[in-house]
Design a protein around this ligand. Sequence first.
Ligand code: ATP
Ligand code: MG
Length: 390
Amino acid sequence: MPELSVVIAATDNEQRALLQVLVDGTSVARTVHSCANFPLAASDPVMRRIRTANPEVTLVDLPADNPSAGLRAIELLHQEMPETAIFAIGTLSQPQVIVNAMRAGAREFVERPTTTTDLLEAFVRLTAAQRRGRQEGPRGKVFSVINAKGGNGATTVAVNLALALQASHGQTALVDLAPLGHAALHMNLKAVFSVADAMRNLHRMDASLLESFMTRHSGGLQLLAGTNVPGAVDPSTAEFVRLFDMLVTHYRYVVVDASSRFDAASRLVANLSETVLLVACSDVASLWSAARVQRFLGETGSRDRVRLVLNRFRKVPGFSEEDAEAAVGAKLIWRVPNQYFAVSTAIDRGTPLMEQRNTEIARCFAGLAHELTRDDTDTKRAAWSLFKSV
Ligand SMILES: Nc1ncnc2c1ncn2[C@@H]1O[C@H](COP(=O)(O)OP(=O)(O)OP(=O)(O)O)[C@@H](O)[C@H]1O
Ligand SMILES: [Mg+2]
């Protein structure tokens, strides 16, 4: 493994000195420069010195009591030196900081107190990714689907949206994070591995291991199956972020079925999502719940990402779509028709609605996939061709 050049940015003197010892102790990396201040602007002398050092990795230490300057530095470094990998160092007890660091452009979030092994593993992952030439590839988008209320149809929406994205764009994964995973049943798949296996093996995860945990549907959609034991998956924030980081490196679209999971994990996934689809029905209890779920997700900053999907849609006299939007506090993105026989037969048989080409409800999910990807380049047409064999 060639030696990696590393710049350390840490405002705390002791921490800066310690990180240098740890980096040099890995024997695969060498500190070429360290700075006691975070760069504030592109023209900043600190930024100039980092640019001159031309590192392959920059470590940014985020102080627990005031991480914001470090987060801004990550954003700036990512913008100014996109070729340089950024590793954020921080505490695992601040989930929002971890998410913000990853969103700002950090490639890894390394726990403090840091060990040589932590850094060594992160350096090895980076070198392996560089060898595969992946790190410059475009990153995928996450769409998560969450219920307003149990049984409102999140799994039906997630499964069929994922199949529609796979048919129109390919390279799609469906991740089942429901408290009890039903997605495999909906697709009549027998999964050997689940999300729990992926979480347990994150420390040695690479593209081929990730692929081995996925269950392939006949049209090409890859499913990371859910748990079959209630409450079995309760990973830490950092593990979740790392799993999703892997997923968006390898798939163009990642659809998450959160179903009725209302916990820190669903908030975190909402934070990592391009769009959160909140599935509700038009009855009072469902809309009431939708408003609560929207507020719950809003508390961690996801409010503007949430869009309402009205499932089992039917016109209710005297109640408009604007009324539903106002009640929930989210814009309506899609309506799914009420077709109990078609939907329940599809689930019971394990033949998803998307396989029943040219039905109204299959066209509805293809339309939702199109709506969510309308700004993405190279949208393929022929959305149905992959299902010709079915
Ligand atoms: N558009 C629809 N029209 C009629 N019935 C529907 C529709 N969508 C879902 N259903 C029915 O609602 C039930 C629940 O669907 P699904 O399993 O997708 O919901 P869920 O919200 O994920 O459930 P859970 O809360 O258990 O995770 C199914 O039995 C299905 O038949
Ligand atoms: Mg479900």
